[in-house]
Design a protein around this ligand. Structure first.
Ligand code: GLC
Length: 543
């Protein structure tokens, strides 16, 4: 690609903030925008370029803000519109762009449009949503909502069902209606005028649903809608845009992230994130990680989009468990395995995303009672599975492994009460390990996970091979070693990691004897046997 043709976001590292859990400034136990502003210097020090903020719009918070009742206002729990403007300004002063989270598949049932829509079939807003005539108790079909129960909700006054892919309080918007699309574009342009640097598009592959055919993602008109959306909005600025697309394949992602900019900059795809669940089942149905499959999956995406599209790189977000607990070791090797996972991810081609606390090696949480959990998805699953006769212990094991609340416990800033997150009572309890794992400690310690992430970010900015190099997987069938090279016209980089807690033989050291070590998560050299969770990056000129 070459440095000249590169887009700014191809060199960028993005940090995701879950505002509710990041930093509280007023003692109400919930994070807020002023809290984020007070931590911008921390983010600047880490070296990131942009911050994606999960939704802060006005919302009844049925799904923690992913149920929006006003796209052009801020929820009082997070602050005001002028706080948001201040955040954009203050971030900009530090060279950081703000990425807003756009939830365009559905609104809240408390959105003005929905209030109007239920008033009558001839109300101009009725067709903003997806309705089917019917009889009470007989659903239009057997489609299920992602958070449990049927995807249809009866409205007696209208004698109609509305369609919702998520909770009953998240009615799906009807993208077939051009008026809906126009309203959305105007709203996006309004945010662009305020100076936002980009957008993350929530469950965007589900907007072109065809409920009568049972189609949720990748509907027939999806890319037509997306090209129109992009043309009417994003293409009028120099934005980073990233769509959430659980149903993407590399071929589909080529369309989404086509270098001509006709859709988005990139998508979040999740193929590598469902490898530790039973095939065809739900995420709660746990299966051991197939490491070889993981490598081949990432290879497929790395080579599939090379020069044809662009990858996003991530292990964590607000919906996923903490990676160090998931595929590393959150006990004795926590620090080393967190760094190993970081190195493996950040060496690949794409734009890396760091989820708040990942840079500290924050871990999953194990609350002793379901009453301490807050997530709608977790609570619904717990209830449904209990009713279906599952064993409580088995359910809790799924919660410990996969609950979204693992990622949503408050950010661990220091060893003071509530980890420095709030002076009040946090909306969800702090992970008790905050006394050992916290930002203040890690910023002082040169060997911390935080410092490792900081260095990885700087390496990406120093060596063009991170952005441009061709990916090649080495030792594809090795059951312990994750190794790959990245090659551009004059440099070759090796990323080599032991993905396990056991020593592992590695035949690569001899071939890379004369290369420069860029970063290494253990002391000592690169030998024929790699230590548990050892990882390093090496660089040499091409011969
Ligand atoms: C996305 C969000 C998730 C939310 C869902 C419905 O998957 O990341 O948090 O619950 O969409 O909006």
């Amino acid at each position: 690609m070459g440095e000249k043709n590169r887009k700014w976001w191809q060199n960028a590292v993005v940090y995701q903030i879950y505002p509710r859990s990041f930093q509280d400034s007023d003692g109400d136990g919930c994070g807020d925008i002023q809290g984020i502003i007070s931590r911008l210097d921390y983010l600047k020090d880490l070296g990131i370029d942009a911050v994606w903020i999960s939704p802060v719009y006005r919302s009844p918070q049925d799904d923690n803000g992913y149920d929006i009742s006003d796209y052009q206002d801020i929820d009082p729990m997070f602050g005001t519109l002028s706080d948001m403007e201040e955040l954009i300004r203050e971030a900009d002063r530090r060279g950081i762009k703000i990425i807003m989270d756009l939830v365009l598949n559905h609104t809240s049932d408390e959105h003005r449009w929905f209030h109007e829509a239920v008033k009558g079939k001839d109300n101009p807003y009725h067709d903003y949503y997806v309705w089917r005539d019917g009889e009470e108790g007989t659903y239009p079909n057997d489609m299920k909502a992602a958070f449990g129960g049927p995807a249809w909700e009866w409205v007696p006054e209208l004698k109609q069902y509305y369609f919702h892919q998520f909770s009953v309080k998240q009615p799906d918007l009807n993208w077939e209606n051009p008026k809906v699309r126009r309203e959305i574009y105007d709203m996006i342009l309004w945010w662009m005028k305020k100076g936002v640097g980009g957008f993350r598009l929530d469950v965007i592959d589900q907007i072109a649903k065809e409920p009568d055919l049972g189609i949720t993602s990748n509907g027939p008109r999806l890319h037509e809608f997306l090209r129109e959306l992009s043309r009417e909005t994003f293409q009028k600025g120099d934005l980073i845009t990233v769509g959430e697309a659980w149903g993407a394949t590399p071929a589909i992602a080529e369309k989404y992230s086509c270098p001509d900019g006709s859709e988005f900059s990139m998508v979040f795809q999740f193929e590598h994130m469902v490898i530790d669940q039973q095939e065809g089942k739900e995420k709660w149905d746990l299966a051991p990680l197939s490491f070889v499959k993981l490598k081949k999956c990432l290879e497929k995406w790395q080579t599939g989009l090379y020069k044809k599209g662009w990858n996003s790189l991530f292990w964590d977000n607000h919906d996923l468990p903490r990676i160090v607990s998931r595929w590393g070791d959150d006990g004795g090797y926590r620090v080393r395995s967190a760094k190993m996972l970081a190195a493996v991810l950040h060496g690949m081609q794409g734009t890396p995303y760091i989820y708040q606390g990942e840079e500290l090696g924050m871990t999953n949480v194990r609350f002793d009672s379901i009453d301490k959990y807050r997530d709608i998805e977790t609570l619904n699953m717990y209830r449904e599975r209990l009713e279906a006769g599952y064993d409580e212990k088995e359910i809790m094991d799924s919660v410990y492994a996969k609950s979204r609340d693992n990622a949503r416990t408050p950010m661990q800033w220091n060893s003071q009460e509530n980890a420095g997150f709030t002076t009040g009572t946090p909306w969800i309890e702090v992970n008790p390990n905050y006394r050992e794992i916290n930002a203040e400690e890690e910023m002082k310690n040169p060997d911390s996970v935080y410092q490792f992430y900081r260095r990885l970010i700087r390496l990406r900015k120093t060596y063009p091979v991170f952005a441009d190099g061709r990916f090649e997987l080495l030792l594809p069938d090795d059951r312990r070693i994750f190794a790959y090279t990245r090659t551009d016209c004059d440099t070759e980089m090796l990323v080599c990691a032991n993905f396990t807690g056991e020593p592992a033989a590695c035949p690569l050291a001899a071939q890379w004897e004369d290369a420069e070590v860029l970063i290494h998560n253990c002391g000592g050299g690169f030998g024929e046997e790699m230590r548990p969770y050892e990882a390093l990056m090496m660089l040499r000129k091409r011969r």
